[in-house]
Every structure is written in structure tokens, then in C-alpha cells.
Design a protein around this ligand. Structure first.
Ligand code: ZN
Ligand code: ZN
Length: 421
């Protein structure tokens, strides 16, 4: 309780200090607002604000742990049922969460413990406990430079490889936000896109993720063991896949190329002999991709099935790792810009595309002082390393008592791995 009171007071100071510069989202009066309070952990939703002053007053009085507004616009956002709210339309939203991305750092910094027998391990929790078979775990999901860099890379892919070239959505229409914790959000506010139904959004999702890709409808056809019509002149996916293949095959160093190809582990992995064939014939293939409008390939040791598996595996790397339900759901609540994330104490930051590359998620969203100190005790078996601003802290062990600056201390309190001492 002490921890919560302390954090709430700090959040309150933050909202008070920023009241003059706190952002107002577009069409604010038509959006539903929702908040999670510090005690009880329940969501207060169906709130509407007719003015920025009312919103600021609410924030200063309540200093919520989490703050959201709807991606949708409603005639009556404060009504308690969807019918009464009267839906107008919904921004197009994408969410990229490091938690859903496949990164090797999870094995280093994530941790689980069985709630029943206390068996524990690193990485993502298993489906059921290997010791007692129960399925309920305490989890510690952490963040580091590796997973947040990967999440940022996915945002770049989303804009540069899909939204702009294929869907004609200019990057200036996209607002990019760091969520304050594990990833990035992208919003597109556009009158026409707001009209998209949930099913139409699902189609966009399928296109962007490359899920359920049919090579056949993109012109992949086979005749007598030869493959034809899958080429870089077909816009969309065939072109993306061919560019990817060309990029891989253009690796000058053959041993590097071999290592790269060995990563492709679809049900029947590329066999040694197939990898050798690809390396021997790389010039031939690149030439085909570059110049022949009607590609017609044949490679010894390469059946049509292997090609299909291989190309689909390349497609998986090209697709963007978005959190699918967020885009499809037209009644989604999303984090409010410049609000504080109660599970990290970091700020939700709006980032311009041109500043995305240099944006540092462990420094730019940090708002608490590096000068004021607090005394904390670590309350979980281990706390992985974490960088805040230019300093890397930890790892820490259960029971350690530390005098820490607010910038890292508040993060540990919000992550619920430490208590005030
Ligand atoms: Zn167990
Ligand atoms: Zn990580």
C-alpha cells in the first residue's frame, strides 16, 4: 500500500507539472476514456471529457496508474453500452509488443515460477509445469535494448514496407508512440480509413503479417518441376519475397551465405545439398530475378515443395509482427500520449518518423529524477539487468537493499519487483 501511495503521489506531481502542456488528442470529445486506479486494479471506463480542463482536473485528482482513450469515435462516448454510444468510426491502429516477438533475450531476462510447486525457469513460461502439471505461473517479463530494438524495427517495416508502398498511407499521416513499456503503437487518423469494418481490417492484417499467404494466387505455378511467374515485377508479396531472396543470395561471402541459409528450418529444412546448389547457382538466380519477367526456374535437388516451403519461410521474416486483435477490434482502448505507464513509470512518447531511429526507449520516456534517492528492497528471486538513461543497473537478488535514484527506483517499484524500505 505504501508503494502505491508513493507512486500515486509522484504521478500526481507529474500531471500537475505538465497541465499546461499535456496533449489533447484529436476529436477528444468523441472518444471514450478509461483509467486503471492504483488500488483494486479495476478499469473505470465509459468516461467522456468535453474539455481539456476537465481531463486535467481528473488526472490531477486521481493520478491513475494507466490511462487510455478509445481509437473509436462515438456520438455519446460516456454512454455505458455500445448501442447507446453510437459508433462513428475508428482510427486504424497497430500495436507492436516486444512480448509477442521472438527474441533470444527472453531466455536471459524472462522468468517464471509455478504458483503451486514453486518450480521455476527462465524464458517464456511452459504450457504446463514440468514438475506438477499445473498451468498457473508467476511471470516476470522484462525489457532490454534487444527486444525494444526489434520492436522498433517492426515499426519501420510496417511503415516503409507496407503502409506507404502498398496501402498508400503516407508516413506523415502515421502517429508513432512508444507505449511506455514493451513496444510501439501506430495510429492512422483518416476519414476514409475510419470507415473500415472489422473484417476489412482483418484483411489488412493478413496482408501485413503475410499469414495464410497463398503463393498460387500470387502467380506461383509449376509445370514439369519448373517454377514460373513468381517474380519481382508482380507488386506486393511476390516482389517482396524475390527482393528478400535476392538480398540473401547477394551475400558475397559463401560461408556467410551458408550460415544464413541454414537458419531456414521449415518442416523439411534445406538440406546440405540444396544449400550447396543455391550457393553454386546464386548468380543464375539473381540474374533471373533481375531481368526475366517470366521467371522459369529449375534447380537440381530443388523440388517445387522445397521452393514453396522456402519462399513461405522468407515471407514469415518479411511480415510484420503486429498484435493482431488490436487492429481488428474497433472498440479498442489505447494508451494516451504523454500519460505515465503504471508498470514502468515511463512516459508514453509521441515520436516523429524522422526521430524514430534515434529514439531511446530507456532514456527519452524517463521523467523521474536521477538525483533524488529512494531506499528499496528487492522482493523477487532475481531482477535482470536494466539500463535507464546511460547507466546499467543490476542484476539484483531477493532481499538486496539499495539506495537508488528515482529514475531506476520508480521503474523497479512499478515493475513490482521491489518495495520501499
Ligand atoms: Zn508446478
Ligand atoms: Zn529483451
Amino acid at each position: 500500500m505504501e508503494n502505491m501511495k508513493f507512486l500515486k503521489r509522484l504521478f500526481q506531481e507529474y500531471y500537475k507539472d505538465r497541465q499546461k502542456i499535456f496533449p489533447k488528442v484529436n476529436d477528444m470529445e468523441k472518444r471514450e476514456f478509461a483509467f486503471l486506479q492504483w488500488d483494486g486494479n479495476y478499469m473505470i471506463r465509459h468516461l467522456g471529457f468535453n474539455s481539456q480542463d476537465l481531463l486535467i482536473n481528473y488526472l490531477i485528482n486521481n493520478a491513475p496508474k494507466h490511462m487510455y482513450s478509445s481509437a473509436s469515435l462515438y456520438e455519446l462516448p460516456e454512454a455505458s453500452t455500445m448501442e447507446e454510444k453510437s459508433y462513428i468510426g475508428c482510427d486504424l491502429i497497430f500495436d507492436i509488443d516486444a512480448d509477442h516477438l521472438d527474441t533470444s533475450c527472453k531466455e536471459i531476462h524472462d522468468f517464471w515460477e509455478c504458483k503451486f510447486c514453486k518450480e521455476s525457469g527462465t524464458g517464456t513460461s511452459p504450457k504446463s509445469c514440468p514438475k506438477c502439471g499445473k498451468t498457473s505461473f508467476k511471470k516476470l517479463n522484462w525489457i532490454c535494448d534487444v527486444c525494444l530494438r526489434k520492436a522498433k524495427k517492426e515499426i519501420f517495416k510496417l511503415i516503409d514496407d507496407f503502409l506507404e508502398p502498398d496501402l498508400g498511407i503516407n508516413k506523415d499521416l502515421c502517429s508513432i508512440l512508444f507505449s511506455g513499456h514493451r513496444g510501439y503503437h501506430l495510429h492512422v487518423e483518416d476519414e476514409n480509413l475510419r470507415k473500415l469494418s472489422s473484417n476489412e481490417r482483418r484483411e489488412i492484417v493478413e496482408f501485413i503479417t503475410g499469414n495464410n499467404l497463398s503463393l498460387k494466387i500470387f502467380g506461383f505455378s509449376e509445370s514439369k518441376g519448373r517454377i514460373s511467374s513468381f517474380n519481382q515485377y508482380n507488386y506486393g508479396w511476390p516482389r517482396k519475397i524475390m527482393f528478400k531472396l535476392k538480398k540473401i543470395l547477394s551475400l558475397k561471402d559463401n560461408s556467410e551465405l551458408k550460415n544464413m541459409l541454414m537458419r531456414y528450418t521449415f518442416p523439411d529444412n534445406l538440406k546440405d545439398i540444396q544449400i550447396s546448389t543455391l550457393i553454386e547457382e546464386k548468380e543464375y538466380l539473381i540474374e533471373n530475378i533481375n531481368y526475366q519477367k517470366n521467371m522459369n526456374w529449375y534447380l537440381t535437388n530443388f523440388g517445387v515443395k522445397t521452393w514453396k516451403d522456402f519462399l513461405l519461410e522468407l515471407a514469415k521474416e518479411i511480415g510484420v509482427g503486429i498484435d493482431i486483435p488490436v487492429t481488428i477490434d474497433i472498440h479498442r482502448l489505447i494508451r494516451y500520449p504523454s500519460s505515465l505507464h503504471g508498470s514502468s513509470g515511463f512516459k508514453v512518447v509521441e515520436i516523429e518518423y524522422k526521430n524514430l531511429e534515434s529514439f531511446d526507449p530507456f532514456s527519452d520516456p524517463v521523467i523521474f529524477s536521477k538525483k533524488n534517492l529512494i531506499k528499496l528492497e528487492i522482493t523477487v528471486p532475481k531482477v535482470p539487468k536494466i539500463r535507464v538513461r546511460e547507466i546499467t543497473w543490476g542484476p539484483f537478488k531477493m532481499g538486496e537493499i539499495l539506495d537508488l535514484p528515482h529514475d531506476i527506483g520508480i521503474f523497479l517499484l512499478c515493475k513490482n519487483v521491489a518495495t520501499l524500505k
